[in-house]
Design a protein around this ligand. Structure first.
Ligand code: PMP
Length: 986
């Protein structure tokens, strides 16, 4: 296609106004095939003009519009939107063979314009491509569309074999050979694998100039190269460009894969061919550029990445195949080396010989700390000797996965994100000359004298085999020069035979006498230079390649330092290791490492006032609770089938806080479990099954309680109400279905209707007294009393869910239901009971407990164990001894008053409600518009000021305040000043 414009900027401007009614200023944008103008008017657009449009191109443009509309319709806004012209047309003739269309403009810079990208940005790119692919998998297409997506096309990887017919145009002969090797291998070995994978429409051109980096988002543009192919093909196309400027492209590609996989999972089969596909794309790019350069010598756009592409292709080709797969496996959350499990399993069933003469059990050991945390590292031989003399130790032990501050040289510079500082062996320190023996039968694989200062000195690697024939290796560093004559590659050593002796400081090139012992599942093509210290941003990867050597050494106190990795690494590991349903708070999640009282602290020591955590009821890390836990843990922890004073005493103490006849307790482990048991109790007692719950209410995450949680089953991903569940309207007098006079009666009337509408007899009515997930809705006076009466008249029992609000939090009373003067039949307890220890309970009447006792055993492994009971008792006593209920009342009153005062000046604060320290602040823009975005903004603002807040309610516009009960007046003042600053800046 020729780059011949049919419209200049001026004519295009008029054309835009005539057809779309949009007034805008136009400027030309660079492009390979089309003529593009950026149009800045009310919004910013791209006007795309296509010349010499034949029927095929016209069909393709219509198809692009279909795809882009499909993405927009499915809330995928990271791709351009098609702007309809007058009469909703999307493709407008410019002249006989020329057409135009208008797309939304995605502001930002092209990915390829930035010199480097962080791992996090690359993962984000992976997620972008995956998001589009995942949605496109459900796009329905016609046979004609499929045919055109399969038509001959030089950028269709499935047709890459054809490129061999023009690869001869590549001038650099070495490069030509590599391209041809890649394409031939593709034809022979990869195409058959691709044929097994399902096909879909893919974007197929996520190159670094089609990714637009905006201030917070990435966008994918140019859908002109779509094909019908396995999703992995498009992922590989995008991945081919992410590492293009890097010396280590496989690392960057792995980051891309991680991001992609976290949205659209990749299988191991897909992963196993991934890098070959990346190479095919790069090889195609080299060959196609050679072809296009020949045809079109003047076009710079065609050569845009042609310096980096061959370099990247060569780097990937030369990269060790095993190590590459380890990186990709680790990227998707799998253990890096698939053999690691078998090697570990083998070592768990054998008893290796002692590598020192004696077992570590019989040696007095002292651990050395060479980490960044230690200001006085015993680094010299004399410092180590002093330490040993002082402690009377026979041997020093240096940790595995310790973040070390003792290495020198470029690769180890601690400032760098990928500095190599995580130690992968265990150091065993004894006097020079100490003999070191082979723990298992093995063969000398490789050895050397790495004599650079602070390297290894004499080092040897043995190869071993598991009983199923899987190889693994042990490495011994810092041995003596006189050990070396014994070493010969291929020589067999039996378990217990001498490997060598520990070297003196001079011969082991500057280290105190010791041996570095390492257990390797692979040598990653590095041979004797295998990493002995891992990059700090790839610790998880290396844990899966170089296992904890204590699997062989069996040092009784362990050897894993579990040194802290960066919050960024935790976050990216979390994406693939922990289920993605579990979201994180805040745009940039925080890494909380400790807590005290009402405050939390991140890894840098920044403090945060915690107004969210009603679990840490008596404050984070309360010393009495910690002491009670540790004391009981060190004496006994068993199940409840023995006589324990503590569980009975604590049970009685807890039931004594409740009105008669609530006197029988069951201990469980979570609020969900408590509510699940409550359902069972109710069913046993009433012989009925149906449950009524309040709209927007939440009672837990297990199957039975999700079914009675409208917050979940009517929310995102919910399946609607189960046949045994009825939903009563939430009695919200502020913004609920009924407000004003008589509203409470109407809600009771609605409850009656709900019960009547049930398809089966009523068993239980579940409600919190302040409905938390609904946005801290305080039930109106009289509602619960009337509701309980009604429920009981229909044969049901009344369950009060106190999981969130109980234990003195509501200030005026110890339990939330007491605010309403009612006595439930069953009360469920959770969060605050154990101050963070998983302790929950159900309290009921003797009568209901008797109905439940029908012969079936009720055994709960952990529920009510002596440690839980000791913790629960300590928490309860702290609530009493520190008068925390009164503090909740006073601080809650003070806080609500302060917020109400602010509300007089700032009408966005439209309702302040709650009781004690269970508070909701509802924000509205006007009577009808919830301030959802504003509340989100406030939470981020407060975070920046060191205050943690959360929000809830159907519109996420209610600030929830439910701090540990130990907050002080100055903590409340801090919140009020942050709130006031935010309101003032709005
Ligand atoms: N009931 C209520 C009212 C809750 O808020 C929750 C937890 N947020 C639960 C039950 C479930 O408790 P858990 O998460 O301990 O299972």
């Amino acid at each position: 296609m020729k780059n011949k414009t049919t419209l200049d900027a001026n004519a295009a401007k008029k054309f835009l106004q005539a057809n779309w009614g949009i007034k805008a200023d136009l400027s030309a944008l660079p492009s390979e095939r089309d003529i593009n103008f950026k149009a800045v008017g009310d919004k910013t657009y791209v006007l795309k003009i296509y010349t010499e449009v034949n029927a095929t191109l016209k069909a393709s443009l219509n198809f692009q519009n279909k795809v882009l509309n499909f993405l927009q319709d499915n809330s995928i806004h990271c791709a351009p939107a098609v702007i309809g012209a007058k009469k909703n047309k999307t493709l407008i003739p410019v002249s006989k063979s020329s057409y135009a269309r208008l797309l939304s403009f995605h502001d930002g810079v092209a990915w390829g314009n930035a010199a480097t990208h962080s791992g996090e940005e690359i993962e984000q790119l992976g997620r972008l491509i995956a998001t589009v692919d995942k949605k496109l998998a459900s796009l329905k297409i016609t046979q004609t569309e499929k045919n055109s997506l399969n038509a001959p096309f030089m950028w269709n990887m499935l047709q890459a074999g054809k490129i061999l017919s023009w690869s001869g145009k590549i001038e650099d002969q070495e490069l030509r050979k590599l391209v041809e090797k890649t394409l031939t291998n593709f034809q022979k070995n990869i195409v058959p694998e691709l044929k097994k994978l399902p096909k879909q429409v893919i974007h197929n051109d996520g190159n670094d100039y089609n990714i637009i980096v905006g201030s917070e988002t990435l966008s994918l543009i140019d859908f002109g190269d779509m094909i019908y192919a396995p999703k992995i093909v498009g992922a590989a196309v995008a991945a081919a460009y992410v590492g293009i400027k890097s010396e280590d492209p496989v690392k960057e590609i792995a980051a891309f894969v991680r991001g992609y996989h976290s949205i659209n999972p990749l299988s191991l089969d897909e992963l196993s061919i991934f890098l070959e596909l990346v190479k095919v794309r790069l090889a195609s790019s080299v060959a196609n550029a050679a072809l296009q350069r020949g045809n079109n010598p003047g076009n710079e756009y065609l050569s845009i990445s042609q310096n980096d592409v061959p370099r990247t292709l060569k780097l990937i080709d030369a990269f060790d195949k095993n190590f590459a797969i380890f990186r990709l496996r680790n990227a998707i959350g799998f253990e890096a080396n698939p053999n690691a499990k078998a090697i570990r399993d083998f070592l768990l069933t054998v008893k290796p010989a002692n590598i020192l003469k004696k077992s570590f059990n019989d040696l007095k050991r002292v651990y050395i700390n060479w980490s960044f945390d230690n200001p006085e590292i015993p680094r010299s031989t004399s410092a180590i000797e002093d330490l040993m003399a002082k402690t009377g130790a026979d041997v020093t032990i240096g940790y595995y996965c310790e973040n070390r501050n003792v290495y020198q040289g470029e690769a180890f510079k601690p400032e760098a994100a990928s500095a190599r500082t995580f130690h992968l062996g265990v150091d065993i320190g004894m006097p020079a000359g100490t003999e070191v023996f082979a723990p298992l039968d093995g063969i000398i694989e490789v050895f050397n004298n790495n004599s650079t200062h602070l390297d290894y000195g004499p080092v040897v690697i043995l190869r071993h085999k598991t009983d199923t024939g899987i190889n693994f290796w042990t490495l011994y560093g810092h041995l003596s020069i006189d050990s070396m004559p014994n070493w010969k590659i291929g020589k067999e050593l039996k378990a217990g035979e001498l490997v060598g002796r520990m070297g003196k400081e001079e011969e082991n090139v500057g280290w105190p006498p010791h041996t570095h012992f390492q257990l390797l599942t692979d040598l990653c093509g590095m041979g004797i230079d295998i990493y002995v210290v891992a990059p700090r941003d790839e610790v998880a990867l290396w844990r899966g390649i170089s296992l904890n050597p204590n699997l062989i050494l069996s040092i009784p106190n362990g050897t894993d330092a579990h040194a802290k990795i960066s919050p960024e690494s935790i976050r990216s590991e979390r994406r693939v290791v922990i289920s993605q349903n579990l979201s994180l708070n805040f745009k940039k999640p925080i890494n909380i490492v400790s807590g005290s009282g009402a405050y939390l602290f991140d890894e840098k020591g920044k403090s945060y006032l915690d107004l969210v955590n009603n679990v840490a009821h008596v404050g984070h890390g309360h010393p009495r609770v910690v002491a009670a836990a540790a004391a009981q843990m060190s004496v006994l922890n068993t199940n409840t089938r023995y006589l324990h004073q503590s569980v009975v005493e604590y049970g009685k103490a807890l039931t004594s806080t409740m009105p008669d006849p609530l006197s029988v307790i069951f201990f469980v482990n979570s609020g969900s479990e408590a509510n699940d048991l409550a359902i069972r109790l109710a069913r046993a007692h009433t012989k009925a099954k149906a449950v009524v719950a309040l709209r927007h209410g939440y009672h837990g995450h297990t199957q039975s309680v999700v079914e009675i949680s409208p917050y979940k089953f009517l929310g995102k991903g919910g399946q609607g109400a189960a046949s045994h569940v009825g939903v009563a309207e939430l009695p919200d007098l502020f913004r609920g279905k009924f407000t004003g006079k008589k509203a409470t009666d109407k809600y009771i009337e609605n409850l009656k209707k709900t019960i009547k509408g049930l398809k089966q007899p009523l068993s239980a009515f579940f409600a919190e007294s302040i409905v938390s997930t609904a946005g801290q809705i305080v039930l109106p006076d009289g509602y619960l009393a009337a509701a309980y009466k009604l429920v009981r008249s229909h044969g049901g029992v009344c369950v009060s869910d106190e999981v969130q609000i109980g234990m003195g939090r509501v200030g005026d009373k110890f339990w939330g239901f007491e605010l309403h003067g009612v006595v439930p039949d069953i009360v469920t307890l959770g969060k605050p009971l154990g101050n963070g220890h998983p302790l929950a309970a159900v309290v009921t009447t003797p009568e209901i407990a008797a109905s439940f006792n029908n012969g079936m055993e009720y055994f709960n492994t952990f529920g009510g164990n002596p440690v839980s009971a000791a913790i629960g008792q300590a928490v309860l006593e702290v609530v009493y001894d520190q008068k925390l209920q009164l503090n909740a009342k006073n601080m809650g009153d003070y806080l609500r008053l302060g917020v109400k005062e602010l509300g007089k000046k700032y009408p966005i604060i439209s309702d302040v409600r709650g009781s004690g320290l269970f508070i909701g602040v509802e924000m509205m823009i006007d009577d009808k518009t919830p301030a959802t975005n504003e509340v989100a903004d406030l939470m981020e603002f407060a975070l920046s000021k060191g205050v943690l807040l959360s929000c809830d309610g159907p519109d996420n516009n209610v600030l929830k305040i439910k701090p540990p009960l130990v907050i002080t007046k100055s903590d409340v003042d801090l919140l009020l000043s942050v709130l006031s600053d935010w309101l003032a800046k709005k």
